[in-house]
Design a protein around this ligand. Structure first.
Ligand code: EPU
Length: 417
């Protein structure tokens, strides 16, 4: 196992390129299962979750070829193979195999998903959707077994706004007979990205990005070529890191519209943010105001940026309150930040942060975004070296993190634990 070593206190300067979005990639890869000819995906991030998904597609009988950040998937010879254990347990997003395999083969047996378990993450809305489409869902020794003689379109109201359930239902419903309407659908950019791919494969999906999505089922889907949207969470993390170190960086290959909530909150603190067509410049300032942040579903402030934002708010003057209305207890970064000298207390679904300097410490990333929070915190500390273990979580979501930070002038390296 490796650990991340950071000697902070250096304002980040320079340009960073953002890779394709993890949370799109892990839905687009299984979506390729639905096609009957070759799907090419460009702008794929180099992340452990993507590598695991590529292996899963091969285990199902697909042919997968990599060329830089392009992947070519030939799903024509894929078979419906039960996947109770193994690689599916490494990923949260293995649940997308359910919708994709159900759509293509009429059945799927998938072990309950793994991934970042910062709190219980049920999949009842996914199951509700599959059942509404006419599938029978049973628990088969800890795996979810889903079978449908015929998938029929249905009207599905999601009780909780869920990214995963919205995408999973879109995947299965693209091959159902008749029309499906998803009400109270999630509106994240990743949902639009998946709908764009499916439509390029021949699906008939309208309304992705709004709360009502209409899907007219088709008999078959074909291959296509698609470029993945930039990763708004990686981009947001670099925005935060630049502000926290009082740096001045250009973040390239972003869609500024996806960053609106982040931009607004940084500006409210006093960070200077300049938006261009496909890039954002962040100019840090010596003093920041304390602010309140509410993590909400898109277009609200992303829950995935709540943890790194907590670290930035330790650099503001006064008391800030961060509340997470997507996950009520996503605060595994807080005890570690406290070890670094932060003054933070958790009350219900809120973290109350009192600004003040941090000190270097040995800390552990308990999940992906908690890890990002520790990296941001460490980058602000001028004396000593912070050691972060649990790097395998950070590698799930940040493409090329160490090289990118070094190019921005940070003193960061990896060591064996
Ligand atoms: N929920 C239910 N029932 C369900 C599904 C969700 O109660 O059937 C609840 C969840 O417990 C949560 C809320 O609904 O409170 C939203 O969950 P959602 O389903 O939207 O989350 P997800 O699809 O499992 C994706 C991202 C997460 C991100 C969330 C919220 C992927 C692979 N993961 O998860 O990303 O936090 O949406 O935006 O797309 C990360 O990248 O670090 C990460 C955890």
């Amino acid at each position: 196992m490796e650990k991340l070593m950071i000697r902070g206190g250096i304002p980040l300067r320079g340009t960073v390129q953002i890779s394709g979005a993890k949370n799109s990639a892990v839905a687009l890869l299984p979506a390729a299962i639905l096609a009957e000819s070759t799907v090419t995906l460009d702008n794929l991030p180099h992340l452990s979750d993507v590598a695991v998904y590529s292996d899963i597609l091969q285990e199902l009988g697909g042919t997968v070829t990599w060329n830089g950040d392009t992947i070519v998937i030939d799903p024509s010879a894929m078979k419906s193979i039960p996947m109770p254990n193994g690689k599916v347990k490494l990923l949260r997003a293995s649940y997308y195999l359910m919708g994709a395999m159900l759509g293509r083969f009429g059945e799927a047996t998938i072990g309950l998903p793994g991934g970042c378990n910062f709190e219980p993450r049920p999949i009842d809305q996914h199951i509700k959707g599959f059942e509404a489409l006419g599938a029978q869902v049973t628990n088969d020794h800890g795996s979810v077994r889903i079978v449908a003689k015929e998938l029929r379109g249905a009207k599905i109201y999601l009780d909780v706004v869920s990214v995963g359930a919205t995408i999973n239902i879109m995947l299965a419903a693209s091959r159902a007979k008749g029309s499906t309407i998803i009400e109270n659908a999630a509106k994240e950019p990743e949902i639009i990205d998946v709908a764009t791919l499916l439509n390029a494969m021949g699906a008939k999906i309208k309304g992705a990005g709004t709360e009502t999505i209409r899907i007219e089922g088709v008999d078959s889907l074909h291959g296509c070529r698609h470029s993945i949207i930039p990763d708004r969470i990686q981009a947001g993390t670099y925005m935060i890191a630049a502000a926290a170190t009082r740096g001045d960086i250009l973040i390239d290959n972003v869609i500024p519209k996806h960053m609106e909530a982040m931009t607004a909150k940084l500006q409210e603190m006093g960070v200077h943010v300049y938006e261009m067509d496909e890039s954002i410049r962040i100019v840090g300032q010596p003093h920041y105001e304390a602010i309140d942040v509410k993590a909400l579903v898109y277009p609200g402030f992303a829950t995935d940026l709540q943890s790194p934002m907590t670290s930035l708010l330790t650099q503001a003057q006064g008391v800030s309150i961060l509340s997470d209305y997507v996950y009520s207890s996503r605060f595994k970064h807080v005890p570690e930040l406290t070890r670094m000298g932060a003054s933070i207390r958790v009350e219900g679904r809120s973290a109350i942060v009192e600004g003040g300097p941090l000190t270097a410490a040995k800390v552990r990333a308990a999940d992906l975004r908690a890890g990002a929070a520790l990296v941001v915190a460490a980058l602000t500390i001028p004396d000593g070296v912070t050691e972060i273990t649990g790097v395998e979580y950070i590698d799930r979501g940040y493409d090329n993190l160490v090289d990118n930070l070094r190019m921005l002038g940070a003193d960061v390296w990896r060591e064996q634990e």
